[in-house]
Design a binder for this molecule. Structure first.
Ligand SMILES: [Zn+2]
Length: 261
């Protein structure tokens, strides 16, 4: 499942292959927006939260959002693809490489003056994240949430902060000892701040590895329903949460309920 760390890794792979190169072929069957012309130079490849952006000279940017299904692959020209061609949503060919985006639900382009990701919160995967960015996330958490919103759902809101997906959501709440069903309104500022800084720390610690680790041994609670908590031995629980009914995992002993459900 792509989260912020996955997108940053994809950008790190694509950048040396594409940046500075000239587009030889561009295909995007469902593209919304203007099409980069063959012969255009690629300025850079960038990850912003869960968006992978390819910037072209002249100010046009290709935006792909991976949601649950999307992925970018890099192939040599003529190399056999690992996924079916009909799943291709964007293809950029340069002299030595073919970059293919499979199954991404959002593929669009925008011009520099439009910036569709301006409404997103700070990107927690960035190595140059500042205290001011953390403060902004904490403020956005207050601004974006209603009185009944639960922290387990709000951590996924990319308007608050970018990069946290369903895996990190559960892991961050475990590391901070916070019950996922706590209303954000019942969390003090210190706890909100600790959640954001912990999310950033865990995301950044996993940027260079495919095997996500948040506690010694791997993941603390995510995907471990009914298995013993690595810290206290209590059976880990799982439940659907939020409008999108995303699965949430938690240890009821290490993350005691703070408010009436
Ligand atoms: Zn526990």
């Amino acid at each position: 499942m792509p989260e912020g760390d996955t997108i940053h890794r994809a950008a790190a792979r694509l950048r040396p292959a594409l940046a500075g190169q000239v587009v030889r072929r561009f295909e995007a069957p469902r593209l919304l927006g203007d099409r980069p012309k063959v012969g255009t130079r690629i300025d850079d490849v960038e990850a912003v939260g869960k968006h992978l952006l390819v910037h072209f000279e002249g100010g046009l940017t290709l935006q792909t959002h991976m949601r649950m299904t999307g992925s970018w692959h890099l192939y040599r020209p003529g190399e056999r693809w690992q996924k079916a061609a009909h799943l291709s949503r964007a293809l950029i060919e340069v002299d030595d490489w073919v970059a293919v985006c499979f199954a991404a639900p959002v593929v669009r382009t925008f011009h520099r003056n439009e910036d569709p990701v301006g409404h997103l919160g700070p990107d927690l995967c960035r190595s140059d994240l500042t205290d001011a960015d953390i403060d902004e996330c904490v403020e956005r958490m207050a601004a974006c949430t209603g009185p009944a919103d639960e922290i387990g759902a709000v951590l996924l809101d990319q308007r608050v902060a970018c990069g946290v997906g369903n895996v990190y959501k559960s892991e961050v709440l475990f590391v901070c000892g916070v019950d996922p069903f706590t209303r954000v309104a019942d969390l003090d500022v210190d706890t909100r701040r600790r959640l954001v800084t912990t999310a950033s720390r865990l995301l950044r610690a996993n940027l260079d590895t495919a095997q996500r680790t948040t506690v010694p041994g791997g993941l603390a609670v995510y995907g471990r329903n009914r298995q013993p908590c690595r810290r206290c031995g209590t059976a880990v629980r799982s439940r659907r949460q939020g409008e999108q009914a995303r699965s949430t995992y938690w240890c009821p002993t290490c993350q005691p309920a703070r408010s009436a459900r």
